[in-house]
Design a binder for this molecule. Structure first.
Ligand SMILES: *[C@@H]1O[C@H](CO)[C@@H](O)[C@H](O)[C@H]1NC(C)=O
Ligand SMILES: *[C@@H]1O[C@H](CO)[C@@H](O)[C@H](O)[C@H]1NC(C)=O
Ligand SMILES: *[C@@H]1O[C@H](CO)[C@@H](O)[C@H](O)[C@H]1NC(C)=O
Ligand SMILES: *[C@@H]1O[C@H](CO)[C@@H](O)[C@H](O)[C@H]1NC(C)=O
Ligand SMILES: *[C@@H]1O[C@H](CO)[C@@H](O)[C@H](O)[C@H]1NC(C)=O
Ligand SMILES: *[C@@H]1O[C@H](CO)[C@@H](O)[C@H](O)[C@H]1NC(C)=O
Ligand SMILES: *[C@@H]1O[C@H](CO)[C@@H](O)[C@H](O)[C@H]1NC(C)=O
Ligand SMILES: *[C@@H]1O[C@H](CO)[C@@H](O)[C@H](O)[C@H]1NC(C)=O
Ligand SMILES: *[C@@H]1O[C@H](CO)[C@@H](O)[C@H](O)[C@H]1NC(C)=O
Ligand SMILES: *[C@@H]1O[C@H](CO)[C@@H](O)[C@H](O)[C@H]1NC(C)=O
Ligand SMILES: *[C@@H]1O[C@H](CO)[C@@H](O)[C@H](O)[C@H]1NC(C)=O
Ligand SMILES: CC(=O)N[C@H]1CO[C@H](CO)[C@@H](O)[C@@H]1O
Length: 453
């Protein structure tokens, strides 16, 4: 035990020291961040924007950001978006920028798909999520940025996703759907006090990023919208999501790290991520999901104070043969669930592949996952723990879990190719999860102490 912890402490120390920034007694969440005002501020109307919900403001946003680039070495600048309906296509952000959306300011995504230009697929995916080939650029984009704040007085970013969901459902898309906000290869990003509505696909997608804080955000997408994930940290490190409320058509929070051979070669894990105090709801998806794209690996994730309602799955771990990678060293603690069909799902058969180039020998590793202090009310089925033949999921720890189950309690757990430990779990889990050793069970305190070390 001591020895394992020592190794973990060392790891955390290296990781926190190497990156600085968000560490400290709250792990990677910092409740006490003060946003320094920028020395310069411009209003979007100074660039010809019209907030009538009809005029296209794509050029105004692009020109404003281009102008504000010149303040990068002067303490940065703010782009202020006042009350109004600001229709636009895709635009980029720049470093040392604050984008501020006033109360009743709504940035509205154009329903003209040509206003969302096409970009290459991400190297860790090899193709778009919906279709082979390129993808539409997200509404708001950041590439290679640092020191960016996206905030407001509960302003709204509305993707008008309905038309995209219809194109997806009728298979008339030419390229994969865009997200609302995508940040690529960026660091020191703060997102707060905003509402993200009706994304065509995902709402917030940081990829290859570090030092990201997402705080006090509301995400809403219609429950029948196809595969609309909420926040998707993807090959990111040192990231915090706290005090957020997310209702989506698919996974509310999904941790990812690339797809099959593309993700394996790119090799960028998602690691050191802290999620706390979030409300999640998704009638057709998982409230908190790991994978299924996890080929670069996912580790050192701690999630606490989750309130999960009216969802298909509470917490899921999804992978398949050909993914490679790992999901390990995960703690999920202090969770309340109501009206959830299945509390937990571990599956080694989430079978979508980008193409046929995956390596059938690339077997994923899922190990050292602790689920503890969980209360569930009106849960249909407790858990599916379905590992892979000759590649079992191991060291799964269940502790202090009470689920009130509406199905037959004697069949409400399904296990195969899995091993682990359980303590104070009602109803009693399958015998595969009752090994004698609890050495691999983590507590959140251990994790927090490790982060402080
Ligand atoms: C919050 O920040 C202020 C000013 O930076 C500092 O004086 C105070 O100690 C901080 N509080 C906590 C709890 O970190
Ligand atoms: C936005 O950034 C991308 C690089 O990510 C670049 O190719 C594109 O030209 C930029 N668009 C504008 C309008 O600046
Ligand atoms: C991002 O930075 C990398 C390395 O500095 C560079 O190769 C790449 O062209 C940059 N991309 C953009 C869109 O600026
Ligand atoms: C959360 O953001 C809303 C505006 O979006 C604001 O009214 C509220 O005070 C914020 N809460 C906290 C705790 O910052
Ligand atoms: C797909 O391409 C066709 C032909 O260019 C175009 O008419 C159609 O509007 C495009 N569909 C979408 C959803 O962009
Ligand atoms: C969020 O909004 C509240 C209320 O306006 C404000 O007190 C708080 O400082 C804001 N927080 C951030 C991080 O923007
Ligand atoms: C969940 O569904 C129930 C029953 O349909 C409803 O009464 C409740 O308001 C929903 N909960 C939330 C948080 O929306
Ligand atoms: C129990 O949860 C199911 C969804 O899993 C929901 O349909 C049903 O209304 C809930 N029952 C109550 C009493 O809330
Ligand atoms: C995996 O899922 C597919 C489709 O859902 C099913 O046909 C197949 O039998 C499953 N394989 C295993 C090993 O469970
Ligand atoms: C068990 O979990 C509940 C919350 O689900 C918590 O209130 C209680 O303190 C936990 N008990 C122990 C012994 O940790
Ligand atoms: C687990 O404990 C039981 C009873 O204490 C013992 O009979 C059994 O050999 C132990 N199994 C292992 C794998 O240590
Ligand atoms: C090695 C091993 O235990 N494989 C099992 C995995 O699960 C399937 C389905 O339950 C079993 O048939 C295999 O024996």
């Amino acid at each position: 035990m001591k020895r394992r912890l020592a190794i973990v402490v060392l790891l955390f120390t290296v990781l926190t020291n190497a990156t600085g920034g968000i560490g400290g007694s709250d792990g990677y969440c910092n409740n006490n961040r003060s946003l320094k005002p920028r020395p310069h501020s411009v209003t979007i109307t100074e660039f010809g924007a019209v907030g009538d919900g009809v005029t296209s403001n794509t050029l105004a946003f692009q020109n404003a950001v281009f102008y504000l680039r010149s303040f990068a070495d002067k303490g940065g600048a703010q782009l202020y978006v006042p009350k109004g309906n600001w229709l636009t296509g895709s635009f980029n952000l720049t470093s040392h920028l604050t984008l501020f959306l006033e109360k009743d300011a709504v940035i509205i995504g154009s329903q003209d798909s040509s206003q969302w230009t096409i970009v290459e697929p991400l190297p860790s995916y090899g193709q778009g999520e919906d279709l082979p080939g390129g993808r539409h650029r997200s509404l708001i984009n950041g590439h290679n940025l640092t020191d960016v704040v996206i905030t407001g007085n509960n302003g709204i970013i509305d993707g008008q996703g309905l038309i995209w969901w219809e194109w997806f459902n009728s298979q008339t898309l030419n390229y994969s759907r865009p997200h609302l906000l995508e940040l690529v290869s960026s660091s020191d990003i703060f997102i707060s006090n905003l509402t993200f509505l009706n994304s065509p696909a995902w709402s917030i997608h940081p990829v290859y990023c570090s030092e990201i804080e997402i705080q006090n955000i509301t995400v809403r997408a219609s429950f029948d919208s196809p595969f609309t994930n909420g926040i998707v940290p993807d090959s990111c490190s040192n990231l915090c999501i706290q005090d957020c409320s997310i209702n989506t058509g698919h996974d509310a929070i999904a941790l990812k790290s690339g797809w099959d051979n593309y993700g394996i070669s790119f090799g960028a894990p998602s690691t050191n991520i802290h999620i706390r105090n979030v409300q999640l709801q998704t009638p057709l998806g998982s409230a908190l999901a790991f994978g299924s794209e996890m080929s670069g690996g996912i580790s050192f994730i701690y999630a606490e104070d989750l309130r999960i309602t009216n969802s298909s799955t509470g917490v899921s771990f999804k992978t398949t043969i050909g993914r490679g990678g790992f999901i390990k060293d995960i703690v999920i603690s202090d969770v309340e669930m109501w009206n959830v069909q299945e509390a937990f799902r571990f599956t080694g058969n989430c079978s979508r592949h980008p193409d046929d180039h995956y390596d059938p020998e690339a077997t994923p590793v899922i190990k050292r996952v602790t689920l503890k202090n969980i209360i569930g009310t009106n849960i249909s089925t407790a858990g599916f723990f379905l590992g892979i033949d000759n590649d079992p999921f191991t060291d799964i720890c269940l502790a202090n879990i009470t689920l009130s189950i509406t199905s037959d309690p004697s069949v409400c757990w399904s296990c195969s190719n899995v091993s682990g430990y359980s303590e104070s779990v009602i109803p009693t889990p399958c015998s595969d999860l009752t090994s004698n050793s609890s050495l691999f069970c983590f507590s959140l305190d251990e994790f927090s102490n490790l982060a402080e070390a």
